[in-house]
Design a protein around this ligand. Sequence first.
Ligand code: NDP
Length: 292
Amino acid sequence: MELIDGNHIAGAIIAELKAEIATLPGRKPCIALVRVGEDPASVSYVKKKEKTAVEIGVTSRVILPPIGITQSELFALIDDLNADPAVDGILVQSPLPKTIEEVAVFRRVAPHKDVDGFNTINLGKIAQEDETGFVACTPAGIIELLARSGVDLKGRHVVVLGRSLIVGKPVALLALQKKAGANATVTICHSATTNLPAITRQADVLIAAIGRAEFVTADMVKPGAVVIDVGINRVADPTRKNGYRLTGDVQFATVAPLCAKITPVPGGVGPMTVAMLMRNTVKAFRLGAASR
Ligand code: NDP
């Protein structure tokens, strides 16, 4: 079994981007990070994104609207960022308060600044295999992680567990694309799928993104499979100072010995998400510069 080291691979991408940004003349790429509320995971994700941006020479503008912001006020804030020529990329951290319709907010971000890749236009561009779009960061990170680990998806059976707009659907579409590194046969499973283990056992590459701690057990995995664990679940652990530990959607201890390759949690897909966000921000800057 080989461990796919997301920290190492993401570190290499971050170093490549830092070198690329250093060569850019004039102003540097700029990302606006919008966080509403104090959800602890969101606080730590935005901090990490801000820290990485600073590290590679991307200007970050962190915007913290009050928790009581209305949807129309948030729209107005996004409209201002859409119109601001000094801002290349906009990320609105999920989850938003229940009073705000998240998908409507994702749609409000201008497609050419949508570095999170959740806007309808950018999701559509994945289906159309249009390279001018922005691919959502976690799915893009999964495909990059596989490519840089020497896993060619061509002709392989990829089973995706989960059909969210953020992970499951876009990663399935990416694996399905008719281009080098993709060309997989893809099955998507969800909560209404019957006889799930019989399907997951057919996977050459199993991508688990359901948000259920240690859901995928050894009996659900074909020996020799590649397993990508996207899940980030907080499980109570009184022995830890913070009272919890992070675990994936895969029962690592029993599944890892069976696999050809597997990602750990933490240290697998997570770091790739931030690296892909930075890559999208540089892409937005370059596309913007070309049209200025
Ligand atoms: P969602 O809750 O939006 O989607 C979960 C999906 O899993 C749904 O499609 C759901 O089915 C399916 N599902 C839930 N339970 C089962 C079950 N028992 N059997 C089969 N399918 C099931 O989650 P996300 O896609 O946003 O995130 C998934 C996980 O990935 C989470 O742990 C999240 O924290 C993590 N994540 C990690 C990231 C990273 O950077 N590493 C980034 C984003 C997410 P249905 O559609 O039928 O409800």
